[in-house]
Write a protein that binds this ligand. Sequence first.
Ligand SMILES: [Zn+2]
Length: 294
Amino acid sequence: MALKSPRFASNRQLQQAAVNSPSIMRNTVGPHVAILQQAFIDLGMDMNLSTKKGPPDGIFGGETESRVWQFQARTGLVRDGIVGHGTMTKLDELLPTLGPPPRPLPPIVMSHKLNVHMRSIAMPAVPEFTQLKVMQDVFAQYGIQVVNLSGQSVGLKANEQLALTVVDGDCQWDQVSDEQRLLETSGSKQFVGPNDVTVYFATVLREKNGKTLQGCAGHPPSQPAVMIASTAVDKTTMAHEVCHVLLGSSFAPVHVNEDANLMCAAPVCTGNPAFLGVAQLNRIFASKCLVKIA
Ligand SMILES: [Zn+2]
């Protein structure tokens, strides 16, 4: 099937993508990618990273991949982040001319739910609900609704208070120190489902080498939980740590500084909002912590 929209029809690579020979995917570079990026802008999606220097940069990186996935989700296509027959045909249909489409794209449907509970023994530098809102915005972009089911300021006994002034323990997956265990058993467990994620706001988190952490996603296997230090200054700290829980311990790469806007790809995500790559999304949607709602 030949593409009809002049913006796409005039490009050979896009014509080829429309018949999957080949499709266009991450790490492709060229004017055809810039045409796709402009199409997503015209459809109302922001391409802040790809347009940092002005016009769309034609680099199919994490942001573009994320937008392809979102476009597919919003138009009922297979969500793989790859521009092939289905995606090209739909773009051609929705953008018959240059400029914005005759009809706006449907919003993304919230297809999954993630329940979280917040337990706090500290006054975080970035308030609990600010971090929660940032996390909700990150996941909502992909149809994941983060629901805060309960919040509680945890009252500690004097000896517990003393023990948890600084939570010592190396942040390791599936292993927790005595202090981490004490924190993760503090507070009410009422209404906390087995696949709900509990977010503990701690005072200071310190590893054996003396290094302090903004957060840690280490938790006993049967109890999805993260810890956030009151000293954490990044608004994305909760989103980052919870993302680790959803990705699981074996997901790679994390913390490689691949892309500062991609959740968990860098030690600190500076995205506003941050995005998730398709490899991450595939893993996240397979997490037992997500509940399908639509
Ligand atoms: Zn991390």
